[in-house]
Ligand binder design. Structure first.
Ligand code: RB5
Length: 146
């Protein structure tokens, strides 16, 4: 898969480790995040990855900030984005199976690197179940048109 990754200053080391991990699994990773530890603004990177996913430039996205929350809120403002913050592997596969999340997010100050790898793997290995979830996802995107 082609995966867009984005992060702020709180998650540079985590981003590099996850990028390397994803590449070791055979994925192509596009880095939209900062590589500097200088303080920066997470909405910029959430929007970059959100737009890349919505435009089809990448298949899905990974976003990391201190908590995973701010950067995912920003990404979710982009039409068509369903970004989900996960701190455990169960949520990580359920957000794909039920919500068809196209971006997974987590916090570099919340989860350790091994758990972060497991979260990303759980998300990537899961499959969207469709069916009853279709209408609910359509309802989410109707809100974007209000
Ligand atoms: C940066 O200090 C921090 O606020 C940011 O990484 C993130 O946690 C925001 O949600």
């Amino acid at each position: 898969m082609k995966i867009g990754i984005g992060n702020d200053h709180a998650a540079v080391e985590m981003k590099l480790a996850i990028k390397e991990y994803l590449e070791s699994l055979g994925h192509e990773v596009v880095n939209y995040g900062t590589d500097s530890n200088e303080s920066c603004n997470y909405p910029e990177y959430g929007a970059k990855v959100g737009r890349a996913v919505a435009d089809g430039d990448v298949d899905c996205g990974v976003l990391i900030c201190g908590t995973g929350v701010g950067i995912s809120i920003a990404a979710n403002k982009v039409k068509g984005v369903r970004a989900a913050v996960c701190s455990d592997v169960t949520t990580a596969h359920l957000v794909k199976e039920h919500n068809n999340a196209n971006i997974i997010a987590f916090g570099a100050r919340i989860v350790g690197i091994e758990l972060a790898k497991d979260i990303v793997k759980s998300y990537l290995d899961a499959e969207y179940q469709g069916g009853r979830h279709e209408q609910r996802i359509a309802m989410i995107h109707e809100i974007e048109n209000e």
